[in-house]
Design a protein around this ligand. Structure first.
Ligand code: C2E
Ligand code: MG
Ligand code: MG
Ligand code: MG
Length: 285
């Protein structure tokens, strides 16, 4: 096709690329505005144990865009990572999570719940990351045990020695570490063994076809076995049906998260739906 274009064959800026570039710049600009205009909001998705008892929630970021409405993190996290804005956004998410935990601290029913926050590589690899998380905890008077950080395999294995040291630093503050999207990366058991993890999360892509794709079934069973061997908790994400949950439970999974229980919802909605009445009544005060 380029050849047919004749003298235009060596154009550097075809209109399509130019438009993509413009959109990207606009998004980056909008992201900066989003922080200063308080357009970010956290949603919570419940996490349950075997007995269907609530154990906590995952914190999932949303962008309340003035024109586009609620924007998924899949659409803006990559851009935030590229520009480095993720450091500031990520710190804000951790602060918000600590604020919620501080409120939950006040009631015996909610005092033991944990919140799991997703962390980007760019955030995690900053030398002051653990210190900043510690500051957020003390600012809100929350103990580290209540906070869980979700890290990906690629993040953890990028520089194993440095990652292990950083993770140790976080662990020493009581913070729990969970390996997110497990099975999608290239983890070596040898390296994983050296990391102070508390939990593995089975990626939803394996859970989705667990009953129909024998390969996924084998993978999930292997992951659960691996987690058990490493003495780690194992949580399944993306559980949508009772049949999936039953299968997972039968094979030794003990923690669940997914649309079967609830999609991610606002904090106020979460407190209304899942927490005891007294707390829900004060949720917005
Ligand atoms: P993730 O950490 O693996 O989160 C799980 C994603 O699966 C969430 O998408 C959640 O809404 C979705 N999900 C939960 N249950 C089900 C289910 O039963 N079926 C299906 N189909 N999906 C389900 P979401 O909220 O769009 O977030 C996407 C990703 O964005 C997250 O994947 C995480 O990697 C990233 N993310 C979200 N919040 C943050 C954040 O605060 N910081 C960073 N760095 N990344 C974030
Ligand atoms: Mg996650
Ligand atoms: Mg995940
Ligand atoms: Mg995922």
């Amino acid at each position: 096709q380029a050849k047919a274009d004749g003298r235009n064959a060596f154009r550097f800026f075809d209109p399509q690329m130019q438009q993509l570039l413009a959109e990207r710049l606009k998004l980056e600009d909008d992201l900066k505005q989003a922080l200063s205009h308080s357009q970010f909001v956290i949603y919570l998705q419940p996490q349950l144990d075997d007995a269907a008892k609530l154990v906590g929630a995952e914190v999932l970021l949303r962008w309340q865009h003035p024109e586009k409405g609620l924007v998924s993190p899949l659409e803006f996290i990559p851009s935030a990572e590229r520009t480095g804005l993720i450091v500031e956004i990520g710190a804000w998410v951790i602060d918000q999570a600590c604020a919620v935990l501080a409120r939950w601290e006040k009631s015996a029913d909610t005092r033991s719940l944990t919140l799991a926050v997703n962390v980007s590589a760019r955030q995690f690899h900053r030398a002051d990351f653990a210190t900043e998380v510690g500051k957020a905890l003390s600012r809100h008077g929350v103990s580290g045990e209540r906070l869980k950080l979700e890290l990906t395999e690629s993040l953890a294995l990028e520089n194993v020695a440095e990652s292990a040291a950083r993770m140790q630093e976080l662990r020493s503050m009581g913070i729990h570490l969970s390996l997110d999207d497990f099975g999608t990366g290239q983890s070596s058991l040898y390296y994983l063994k050296q990391l102070p993890l508390s939990q593995m999360k089975i990626d939803q892509s394996f859970v989705r076809d667990i009953l129909t794709d024998p390969n996924d079934a084998v993978l999930v069973k292997t992951i659960i076995g691996m987690a058990n061997n490493l003495k780690l908790e194992v949580m399944a994400e993306g559980v949508e049906t009772e049949a999936q949950r039953a299968y997972l439970r039968e094979h030794g999974c003990t923690l669940y998260q997914g649309y079967l229980f609830s999609p991610p919802i606002s904090v106020a909605e979460f407190e209304r739906q899942f927490l005891a009445a007294p707390l829900a009544a004060t949720a917005n005060s």
